[in-house]
Write a protein that binds this ligand. Structure first.
Ligand code: NAD
Length: 361
């Protein structure tokens, strides 16, 4: 039985459970107003998106930081009202297990460090939100999921778009076949990457366009078509062989789905693209820009979407917290969802290595 269903069944079968106690007590979480989150890695995404979002969340709040850069600490303490005993570094991180204020560790490090800090967080008896891509490959992702299950703790991935209204509505229109069966998906996410020294251009760190932003296109194809691909064909192209010596610059790939639907996808570290298109029998949906956390825009064959911008990160973290506290289902942002993407990423790299060979999944 799924955890969420289990919680609901449990709730209905325990008549004396008072509402004020909540379900959190069954999930290793002491009943309290908000869950505590510790951010690991205070880089761009943690500093400019996640921490500010935690000032808007209703069900969770920032209760700890983990950093290898002591010079950042004073500023964070001041802005987020943190005490010395809420600050950790990568060496003493494991002591976080003694901190009852922290329920969830949010791993916001370079991709090659995701597995290590996820496993260390589980060992410290904390739930984990891990940024995308969840690992370096499917094998690591499987290990992370197993560790969570073994520890009876939850693993979530930073899939913020599952909480974004344009994407929610697109998923609904596709699921309910409002425009008939889906035949075709087209998507791309890319930008021109700057600084040549950054980890995103290093293979050992899990760099490259596919791992960084191509994963959003994989997600888009999977959650609009609503199936898992059965085969992948991919090719890689480079124009700057020095800058992209270690990682992919631009990859195009096709995914074949059981119903016969096809997805045509692109990711790039040299060209700007940000779109999602779903072609169905009786109409289409287009989002562009589609994957940003700024303004998303879109329309169908018949009308323009009119959704306000939301704080995707706040909704995502609140959705996860609500699941942990109340057992309210989260919007498919669990570790298994991350693993499905990692298997596809592995297949894309295999196809590229084999000169564009069709890889059956
Ligand atoms: P960043 O380079 O800005 O930050 C990385 C952090 O890790 C820095 O604080 C850095 O000091 C720290 N770090 C620790 N050890 C390091 C090492 N050996 N080398 C380099 N940095 C090290 O990166 P970011 O943009 O914040 O991305 C972090 C993670 O968040 C990545 O997995 C990325 O894919 C993900 N991310 C997700 C989104 C999203 O929308 N969901 C957006 C941006 C980034």
């Amino acid at each position: 039985m799924k955890r969420s269903n289990f919680n609901k069944t449990l709730a209905s079968s325990i008549g004396f459970l008072s509402l004020s106690k909540g379900l959190g007590q069954f999930l290793d979480i002491k009943p309290k107003k908000k869950l505590g989150i510790a951010l690991v890695g205070l880089g761009n995404y943690a500093t400019n998106q996640l921490a500010p979002a935690l000032l808007e969340t209703k069900k969770c709040e920032l209760k700890g930081i983990v950093t290898g850069s002591p010079e950042k600490v004073e500023k964070w303490k001041k802005i987020y009202n943190l005490r010395d005993n809420q600050v950790y570094n990568y060496q003493n991180f494991d002591k976080i297990g003694n901190n009852d204020e922290i329920d969830i560790v949010y791993v916001v490090l370079p991709n090659n460090m995701h597995k290590e800090f996820t496993l260390r967080s589980f060992a410290a008896r904390k739930h984990v939100i891990c940024e995308k891509p969840m690992a370096m490959n499917a094998s690591e992702a499987t290990e992370m999921i197993s560790a969570g299950k073994k520890a009876n703790l939850e693993l979530f991935i930073g899939y913020r778009l599952h909480y974004e209204p344009h994407h929610r509505e697109t998923i609904r229109l596709c699921q309910e076949k409002i425009f008939g069966k889906i035949k075709f998906f087209e998507g791309g996410f890319g930008f021109r990457i700057g600084n040549r020294d950054q980890w995103r251009l290093k293979k050992a760190y899990g760099g490259g366009a596919l791992m960084d932003v191509g994963i959003y296109v994989i997600q888009g194809a999977r959650y609009t078509i609503g199936e898992e691909p059965i085969a992948i064909t991919a090719r890689s192209f480079k124009t700057d062989h020095l800058k992209f010596k270690e990682v992919d610059e631009l990859i195009t790939w096709q995914m074949e789905f059981p119903s016969g639907a096809v997805a045509n996808c692109t990711t790039s570290f040299s060209a700007s693209t940000n779109h999602l298109f779903v072609g169905a029998e009786k109409g289409f949906i287009r989002l562009s820009p589609s994957y940003t956390y700024r303004e998303i825009e879109g329309y169908t064959r018949n009308y323009i979407f009119d959704f306000q911008r939301v704080n995707q990160q706040a909704l995502h973290m609140d959705g996860i917290s609500n699941y942990l506290i109340n057992g309210e289902p989260h919007l498919n942002v669990g570790g298994e969802e991350g693993l499905r993407d990692m298997r596809i990423i592995d297949a894309i790299f295999t196809s590229v290595e084999k000169g564009g060979e069709r890889i059956a999944l």
